[in-house]
Every structure is written in structure tokens, then in C-alpha cells.
Design a protein around this ligand. Structure first.
Ligand code: SF4
Length: 350
């Protein structure tokens, strides 16, 4: 790995602060520096777009306005609030963390090292909270920051390694401006999100650090940052059953460990069944007379797995208690059904 050019990183600070003062987007979690707000928004923003997070953030704060309320939230309610955001362990870790904080009076620790001891808080989130809420010189290196810095330095080292992240974290933390740490963290994130964008050409003409940027000078910006070769996602096929009896649909809980742990699901089996196999599956359960209503194919991409799915909607005469049978209202309001399955709920008209 090349040495990171600390002097060039230091030169970014003032132009970014000036630019951020004039160009920061008005986002709900920027209304104050309350650690609970910053923490919640940062966890939600991992893997999710700003526009999608706005609604979730507002609903979550309504239901759990502080760490004490979050610590006391029933799990079903918590997962329902998270439904559609994916990566449900983030929600569980939020609550585990809130419970620890609540037991200790409710205050967040102020340093990056202490924050990282809490569940679900890694280097990035700890840096964001420590710098934004407590003005600590602690970098928050996420994809946006990696991209901006790799371009400014014209560095073609793969950025998605722990060693590169740690080196950039240390180099950036060393140039943090006293008293403006939170603004500097946010200015880097903001530049990456709005100007030095990931897909397509960066908007170098609107960039406050274009004079410093070696990738712009060398014409390499669009090819940076470099990443390690990706390992392919595992492909799995699943047959999903949308079982409807009267006004209710069958759901069941997933196992407490592994993918989508502990969430609800539509009953499903490995493989892609044909109609004869579906008939045999239904006949092995006390569903009474079963009528095939429709078939639909779907797909869902997880981090490491792609599910190719075929969903059979079946009208059943009986509702055996090997499943939990829920109404549309319960599905809308209480049962957290992951997007992988929820996509099939439009199959039937209720
Ligand atoms: S000049 Fe262009 S490539 Fe360089 S940091 Fe600015 S937006 Fe990114």
C-alpha cells in the first residue's frame, strides 16, 4: 500500500469546511447534535439511501424518542419499524446497545474507543458520533470518504480492506480541525454523496477541492476507487407458498440464527417446484381442499446470496396451526415480513 499523502489530506480541510457551510443539505438528523439522533441515522443510512431513510427515521423517533424508549420497545414492534430496511441485525443491535446505555443512565460515551465497545457500533459509526456529537478528532471512514480520498490522492490501492481503512482513518484523524471536527466529518460525507459521486462521472466542476485532486488532474477519477475482485453471490432457488384461508395468510417464524434470523416468512422450501410437487407438498399438510390461484416468479438479492423464487398462491379450505394465520391488517401493522417475501403479497386481492 502506498503512503497516504498527509499534507494533501490536510489541505482539503478548509475548502471542505467552507463548502459545507454553504451547501449542507437540510436533513432531519442534522437538526441537532443529539447522539441518539446521529447514531440512529447513521445506522439506518448504512446500505440505505437518504431519501428512503427520512420516513423510517421519523417513524422510529415517534415510537422510540430516546434510548430508554428504544430499550423498552417490544421486539415485534422494533422489527416492524425496521421492515424494508433489511439487515435486521442492525435493529437488534440498536436495541442491545440502547439497553446497555439505559442501564448506565442513558448517556453515550464520548470517545471512539469507548463507543466501539457497544453492540453494532464499528469504526465508522463510532467516528461519526465522536466527531459530530462530541467534537473529537475521530474520522468516520465510509464508502463516500474512501472514494473521495482515493480520488484526491489518485490512489489505486484497493480501498475495501481493513488495512486501507485503518490507514486512512489514522491519516484523516491526524488532520481533523479542532472545534470543527463534526463539520469536517459531515463535509467529507456530503461531498461523496452529492459531488464526488460513485456511479457515473463525479461533478468535478462543482467540487471545492478540485485544485487539490490528483485524479482530476490525471483523468483517473471515474476508475477510482479500486476494489478487490468480488466473490460471486451464492445462488439459491426457493419455492414460496402464499397460503390463504379466507381472509388470512399463513406465516411462520424463521430460525433464531442465520439469514433473516427470527423474522416472519411465508412458508417456503429449497428448489423450484413444479405444480405436481406443490400438490404433494400441500397434500402432506392438513390444508383441506387446495386450489392453485396463481404463480409468480421473483428474485431477492442479499449480500452473499441471491434467491430465485417461485411463489404459488394457494387457496386453502383449512388453516392448520402448524402455521400462524394473519390478516392483512396484522401484516401491515404488526408482522415484520422481509421484502424477499413481501413482494408476493400483491398476488391476491384481499
Ligand atoms: S475533483 Fe472530482 S474526483 Fe476529485 S474529489 Fe472533486 S469531485 Fe471527486
Amino acid at each position: 500500500m502506498k503512503d497516504l499523502d498527509a499534507a494533501r489530506l490536510a489541505q482539503m480541510v478548509q475548502p471542505l469546511l467552507d463548502w459545507f457551510s454553504a451547501n449542507a443539505r437540510d436533513l432531519p438528523w442534522r437538526a441537532d447534535r443529539e447522539p441518539y439522533h446521529v447514531w440512529l441515522s447513521e445506522i439506518m443510512l448504512q446500505q440505505t439511501r437518504v431519501e428512503a431513510v427520512r420516513g423510517y427515521y421519523a417513524r422510529f423517533l415517534d415510537a422510540a424518542p430516546d434510548v430508554f424508549a428504544l430499550a423498552a420497545l417490544p421486539e415485534d414492534k422494533l422489527l416492524k419499524l425496521w421492515e424494508g430496511l433489511g439487515y435486521y441485525n442492525r435493529a437488534r443491535n440498536l436495541q442491545a446497545c440502547a439497553r446497555i446505555l439505559a442501564e448506565n443512565g442513558g448517556a453515550f460515551p464520548e470517545t471512539k474507543d469507548a463507543l466501539k465497545k457497544l453492540p453494532g457500533i464499528g469504526d465508522y459509526t463510532a467516528g461519526a458520533i465522536a466527531s459530530i456529537c462530541f467534537e473529537q478528532p475521530a474520522a468516520a471512514v465510509d464508502g463516500n470518504v474512501l472514494r473521495v480520498c482515493a480520488r484526491v490522492l489518485d490512489d489505486d490501492t484497493p480501498v475495501d480492506t481493513p488495512a486501507y481503512r485503518a490507514a486512512l482513518d489514522a491519516a484523516l484523524s491526524a488532520v481533523y480541525p479542532s472545534g470543527r471536527c463534526g463539520a469536517f466529518t459531515q463535509s467529507l460525507m456530503e461531498l461523496g454523496a452529492t459531488v464526488c459521486v460513485p456511479n457515473g462521472a463525479p461533478k468535478c466542476g462543482a467540487c471545492p477541492i478540485s485544485d487539490l485532486c490528483l485524479a482530476r488532474k490525471n483523468g483517473t477519477a471515474s476508475s477510482l476507487p479500486k476494489k478487490q475482485p468480488k466473490r460471486g453471490r451464492r445462488a439459491e432457488n426457493r419455492t414460496v407458498f402464499l397460503l390463504r384461508c379466507g381472509n388470512r395468510v399463513a406465516v411462520e417464524k424463521r430460525p433464531e440464527t442465520g439469514l433473516l434470523a427470527g423474522l416472519w416468512q411465508l412458508p417456503n422450501e429449497p428448489g423450484l417446484y413444479d405444480e405436481a410437487q406443490v400438490g404433494a407438498w400441500a397434500a402432506a399438510r392438513p390444508l383441506g381442499d387446495v386450489r392453485l390461484r396463481s404463480v409468480r416468479d421473483g428474485r431477492h438479492i442479499f449480500t452473499h446470496i441471491t434467491w430465485t423464487m417461485r411463489c404459488y398462491a394457494l387457496a386453502c379450505a383449512q388453516a392448520p396451526d402448524c402455521f400462524t394465520w394473519v390478516t392483512p391488517d396484522e401484516l401491515r401493522g404488526e408482522v415484520s415480513l422481509p421484502t424477499a417475501f413481501r413482494q408476493f403479497l400483491t398476488l391476491d386481492e384481499w
